[in-house]
Design a protein around this ligand. Structure first.
Ligand code: PAN
Ligand code: ZN
Length: 191
């Protein structure tokens, strides 16, 4: 699809590092329990959560900066604290459609894990706290889990052309889950 030039002038906006609120006017996407049917492993707990009010799991603000020659994007995600059954709230997770499009993730508030999976036998979990920056090479599917009691806020920087493939993650799943055991967060093989 041909790129539509939007602006070749600098643009600024403000991010509140504590709340994750932004002053930009980009699109805001919200995902509730009902939007994540195949993400959480405990399907019964998920159905109970949906019937019990369908909680908001996370929201993110997507901002594209399309110029005549470039397509930088920044997304600020606010991932709320909570669990479905014993599994911590997390993002759906996706793979970039293009296999030459990496991403930088920056944790600015809260704590948890960034889960990374090639969907082809390799898995990594990066422990996250404010200030952790992770480079996600193009071939790794990525998902964030919030294991803390506050909102987890992170920034993702990528090219708009990267594209998002959710279907492959839904089909293959991540190798491990982040669950609570005896009051502590731990990683276990997907049941
Ligand atoms: C992020 C994610 C955002 C929401 O901007 O899109 O954190 O996660 P899901 O897309 O998995 O619902 C990103 O990785 N963009 O490429
Ligand atoms: Zn991404």
């Amino acid at each position: 699809m041909p790129k539509q030039p939007e602006s070749d002038y600098p643009v600024s906006f403000d991010l509140n590092f504590v709340t994750g609120q932004v002053t930009c006017s980009g699109e805001k996407i919200q995902r509730r329990a009902s939007d994540m049917q195949s993400a959480f492993y405990d399907r019964q707990a998920l159905q109970e959560a949906i019937l019990g009010g369908d909680p908001l799991i996370y929201e993110f603000y997507n901002n594209k900066f399309i110029t005549s020659t470039s397509d930088m994007s920044i997304a600020i995600t606010r991932l709320f604290p909570g669990k479905i059954g014993d599994e911590y709230y997390m993002t759906k997770g996706h793979l970039h459609e293009r296999n030459d499009q990496p991403e930088m993730y920056i944790c600015v508030q809260g704590s948890g894990y960034l889960l990374l999976d090639t969907l082809d036998g390799e898995f990594r979990a990066e422990a996250w706290q404010p200030g952790t920056i992770t480079h996600i090479p193009a071939i790794w599917a990525h998902r964030v889990a919030n294991t803390g009691s506050d909102v987890l806020v992170y920034i993702g920087i990528f090219h708009a052309a990267a594209g998002h493939n959710y279907a492959l993650v839904e089909e293959k799943g991540f190798a491990q889950v982040v669950v609570e055991r005896e009051g502590k967060a731990c990683l276990l093989p997907h049941p």
